[in-house]
Design a protein around this ligand. Structure first.
Ligand SMILES: O=P(O)(O)OC[C@H](O)CO
Ligand SMILES: [Mg+2]
Length: 241
């Protein structure tokens, strides 16, 4: 048997020789996607419409204004609500919810493990600076382990996911000359997985179970939680427990 760590026994060669890891934030590190869903359901109910997972799949992972445009267009609200009004309406509700967000299962174990093994990590989130601060206020110890964080309103991020902009910016900010093929991205959103693949990186998807499986296609690996992740499958140091 190949020399994998305890509980990671696999004879298969690694899927890639990963040296750097980039995490998405919303719905991957932090359990915030439910807040967006809750607020959007509420707004849509006012127009007698129901928010569903095919719309959610299109909106998640994107920059705020990009997902607001999708919401208005897909729900046929043009003339009734502008994307800017939508963002304004949801803002106070979100601001109240974000600080209570929790980490998703397996996040702390993986981040601490990679940090202990000296694997450089970054975060690449569609969230802008102000929302990032609200979401992370109770998770600063974990975010301090990241080499850097790239947000949706960063000047280098011209277009949101599925554009590769954010992941390429995250890659360039690591020390040394890092190649996309050495970067592993963790994502929950179809647009995020597409962005990682457009950047030439490997993508592990940890989707919400309500997301249709047709959205899993582009991912190199699909897990139901980060607790299932086996670093050695990617050429990363195995867990020791
Ligand atoms: O999933 P993230 O971290 O890129 O965040 C994107 C939006 O803010 C929420 O879907
Ligand atoms: Mg996400």
């Amino acid at each position: 048997m190949a020399s994998a760590g305890a509980g990671e026994g696999t004879a298969a060669p690694p899927m890639a020789a990963i040296s750097h890891v980039i995490f998405d934030m919303d719905g991957l590190l932090l359990d915030t996607e439910g807040f967006y869903t809750q607020v959007q359901e509420k707004i849509l109910a006012r127009y007698g419409k129901v928010f569903d997972w095919s719309l959610k799949a299109k909106m998640m992972g994107k920059k705020a204004i990009e997902s607001a445009r999708i919401f208005v267009d897909e729900c046929g609200l043009n003339g009734l609500l502008t994307p800017e009004q939508f963002l304004e309406e949801r803002e106070s509700m979100l601001q109240e919810l974000f600080p209570s967000c929790t980490k998703l299962p397996g996040v702390l174990r993986l981040v601490h493990h990679l940090h202990a093994k000296g694997i450089p990590m970054a975060v690449a989130t569609g969230s802008h600076k102000r929302h990032f601060a609200l979401k992370t206020q109770n998770h600063q110890e974990m975010f301090s382990l990241m080499h850097h964080i790239v947000m949706g309103d960063d000047p280098e991020v011209k277009s949101g996911k599925p554009s590769p902009d954010i992941f390429l910016a995250a890659m360039r900010r690591f020390e040394g000359n890092v190649e996309p093929s050495k970067c592993l991205v963790f994502e929950d959103a179809p647009s995020g997985v597409a962005a990682a693949k457009n950047a030439g990186m490997s993508a592990v998807m940890v989707p919400d179970p309500r997301l249709d499986v047709s959205y899993h296609k582009e991912a190199d690996q699909v897990l139901s939680s980060l607790l299932e992740f086996k670093p050695s499958e990617w050429g990363l140091p195995p867990f020791e427990e």
